[in-house]
Design a protein. Sequence first.
Length: 616
Amino acid sequence: GGFLGVEVFFVISGYLITSLLLTEWLRNGRVDLKGFWIRRARRLLPAVMLLLATVSIGAMLFYRDVVDRLAGDVVAALGYFTNWFLIVREVSYFESFGRPSLLQHLWSLSIEEQFYLVWPILFSVGFWLTRRRRARTAIRTFALVTVLGALASATLMAVLFVPFEDPSRVYYGTDTRVGGILVGVALAFLWIPWRLGSNPGRTVKATVGAVGWGCLLGVVTILATMDEFSSFLYRGGFLVTSLLTAGVIAAAVHPARVFGPVLDNPVARWVGTRSYGIYLWHWPVLMVTRPGVDVADNRWVTFSFRLALTFLIAEISYQAVESPIRRLGVAGWLRGIGGLARGGMRRHGAPAAGVALLGLSVVVAAVIVGSTGIPATAVAGTIPPPAVSLTAIDGSAPPSTSPPSTPEAPAVLAAPSLVVPTEPDVVPVVPVDEPVVAPTAPLSAPVTTTTLELMPPSLLPSISFVGDSVMSGARREVVDMFVNTVWVDAEVNRQFRSAPRILDRLAARGQLGDVVVVHLGTNGPFSATDLDEVMGVLASCDRVVFVTAKVPRRWEDAVNRTILEGADRWPQIDVFDWHTIGNEHPDWFYSDRVHLNGPGKIGYVTSLQEFLNEQS
């Protein structure tokens, strides 16, 4: 539930910004919009510009696998629309293979910036329209409007959310995430602590303390127990998190000082003042220190290294860029840089030396991490789209592990379609027009591949294979290594919920085999109800083989648990434990530890053949 920290931050931001605007309006009768935006720009832009420059240079030097996406990411970050850019490009926040964008985390900053641009205008217009009313009446009106807005946003999230499908649309969207900010805004209108008096009584202190600590316990519980696919989160859970956070804030700012000892210690103050830099730098650090890919696969060492590197860069960014620009302005900071160039270290030492140290530390960190990363030559280019149509092989055709010397040119259709053979030999491959991103390169460390002797497969009944990108990558090996009639329908990014429709289609066309092999779950979890719906379609099938997921993502355990529980309910289900087999052969996988390399494809199909033979 760590991703819920963004929701907590949204509430804090809505409260703080609105409190500033409200204080200025109550004091001056107006809001200086220009001054507000200049202060926000001075606070936020220098650090993010440094991030964009550093990431761009580092990507071009060391991480060529993200360069092709970088230009669009930078433009979106500069225009404050990263969240909508990711939605339009259908970039998942939760499901990714290979290295995600180094700037993907800026989606939440984009929502913040959109709020900073729009809300002060709405605030000023609203108070201008209510200028003839008493201040208290205007404030209550605003509070009511923002509460209704938060409820509307939460309702829209619940409506758009589809269980067991990628929730990135509702997670990224300004319309579905502004609810947290509006809860903070409403709190600022309803809870003005400096009007409460500075000496609350014992009963008030006890009540505020109970509310504050109770809400904090609730926030911690949600963070510890919720995952990104929990239906509760998208059907009110985010709103509950926001309300609990508001309770914590209300207690924290109350004169009773419930959280005084917690918030006033040096560690909390240090983290608070550097929190923006920590937010900016943590994601790129995580993405260039992936365990087992970029750095050694040692959990605690990697965790410590990531934490130390993030804190180091955030501290230097704060001392060298953020703090000097807030104190001196951009012009004063640039004079400090000029002083360094002219040798005036003594006069301009703070900003100048800090910038030099920041640049040095970032370069050294990039070299350390980049030197263990993926060679650029290993990730250049893409692989052609895999065949995802049904392909039939006649039982008399001998198995082959190499393609024909003069293969027939494939027919390209606008969407996956079924291909029924007219000849008893190899059937044309029909790819889809959807591009497939190549898996990142194999592990940089030398791997020892296992030489596999292909056993002559026993004559098996007809088999239908339904899968996602893992099976899609091994489609040719499935076709070549099985001598009996085989149909394969595998597609990149496929979710389990599409399986009933696919199986109905196969049954209608007479292409549902005696045995059905289902390998889905790589791209997200599914429920027991989803599995039962599949088995309802396959009720007349004597044997259904479910392949367990081998995907180092949060939903792996949930997928495999659902499969095993389904096998207890449905006697015709056999479980092929690909999870265990795959983990025993790490050299079969590309660096994402999900998709199969050459030996892995053969190992996958051979293991499946052995399982089908043993269980037949």
